[in-house]
Design a protein around this ligand. Sequence first.
Ligand code: NAD
Ligand code: IPM
Ligand code: MN
Length: 361
Amino acid sequence: QQHYRITLLPGDGIGPEIMAVAVDVLKVIGAQFDLSFEFTEALIGGAAIDATGEPLPTDTLEKCRHSDAVLLAAIGGYQWDNLPRHQRPETGLLGLRAGLGLFANLRPATILPQLIDASTLKREVVDGVDIMVVRELTGGVYFGQPKGIFTTETGEKRGVNTMAYTEAEIDRIGRVAFETARKRQGKLCSVDKANVLEVSQLWRDRMTQLAAEYPDVELSHLYVDNAAMQLVRAPKQFDTIVTGNLFGDVLSDAAAMLTGSIGMLPSASLGEKEPGVFEPVHGSAPDIAGQNKANPLAQVLSTAMMLRYGLNQPTAADQIEQAVFKVLEKGNRTGDIMSAGMTLVGCQEMGNALIEILKQP
Ligand code: NAD
Ligand code: IPM
Ligand code: MN
C-alpha cells in the first residue's frame, strides 16, 4: 500500500466548502486504489491571519515541506483587504509559492462537451477547446525589486513594482513549456509584450533560442494584447501557451470562460525539489461563500492533477476526471454552469453525486 502525506490548506471564503468535497473524493479513491492518505490541515490566508497574525505561519510552510503534496483551496476576503501588504492573505499565497520554489504553474482549460452551453461564447467557438497555459509563478512583476510605495522629494507617494526576469528563470519555465507542448499537439505560443518591454524582449530571445533544442515543437509569439483578443476570437488555434506571471494570471482567467466557468479550472504549481501545490485557478468567491453555491469541480480536478503530477497515480486521476464527466452528464449543475434543462445543485449535492458515481463499480 502506498502511503501519502497530504497537507490540506482550505483557506478562506468558499475554500473550506470545496475542500470538504475534495477530501471525500480522495477517501473513496484511496479505498479503491489501495492508497493511504494521511491528511494534515494547516492555516493560510485570512484564516491564518485571524489565528496567528500572519498569512503564512512558519508551521504551515514546514508542514507543506514535509508532505508529498499540498492541496490548496483559496485565500482572501474583503475583511483583510486593508491590512498592510505583509499581512494580506495574498502575501501568504505568494510566500508559499516562493517558499516551495513553485516556478511552473500548469493551468489547463479544456471544454467538456456537457458544458458547451454554459460558456458565454458560441458553441462553434468553444467546442473542442483544449489549451494548456504554462504560467511562470515565482518571478516577474509579482516579485521584482524594487517594490513598494515610496515618497518622492516633493512629498508625493509613488507606487513601484518591477517586472524582471533573468535568463535562467526564462529558460527553466521555457523548458517546462516545450516539454509540455511536446506531449500535447506540439504547438507552443509564447506571450509577451516585446514591442514595449525590455524584459519581454529577453523573454522572446530566450524562447527563440530554446526552440532550437525542440525541433518537434512549433514555436510562435504573440503580444499579450493580441493574445487576449485571439483567446476569445478563435481559441482553438492554441495548444500550449507559455507566459510570465502577470500575463498568465490574466490570460488564465480569460481562458476559464472558454470552459464555461472559472469554477471548472484546476491548476498544478510545480518546482524542482519541494512538493507541488494543487489549487483551483479561482479565488475565495466571497460573494457566494457560506451559501453552499460554490462549484467544487475545479477543486476536485485539482485533486486529480495532484494524483497525476504530484503522486504519479495517473489511473486514479483518470478515475476522478471520468467521474466529473459523468456527474455533468447526469445534468448536475451549480449556478455558475447552469443552463436550460439542467438540475441546479449546491456544492454539497454536487459532491454527493460525485461520490455516488465513484462508488459505482
Ligand atoms: P474569485 O475567483 O474569487 O471570484 C470571481 C467570480 O467568480 C465571483 O463572482 C465568484 O463568485 C465566481 N467564482 C469563483 N469561483 C467559483 C466557484 N468555485 N464556483 C462558483 N463561482 C465561482 O475572484 P475575486 O472575486 O476577484 O477575488 C476574491 C478573493 O479571492 C480576493 O481576495 C482575491 O485576492 C482572492 N483570490 C485568491 C486566489 C487563490 O487563492 N488562488 C485566486 C484568485 C483570487
Ligand atoms: C491566482 C490568484 C493569485 C495570483 C493571487 C490571489 C495572489 O489570482 O492564483 O490566480 O495572482 O497569482
Ligand atoms: Mn488569478
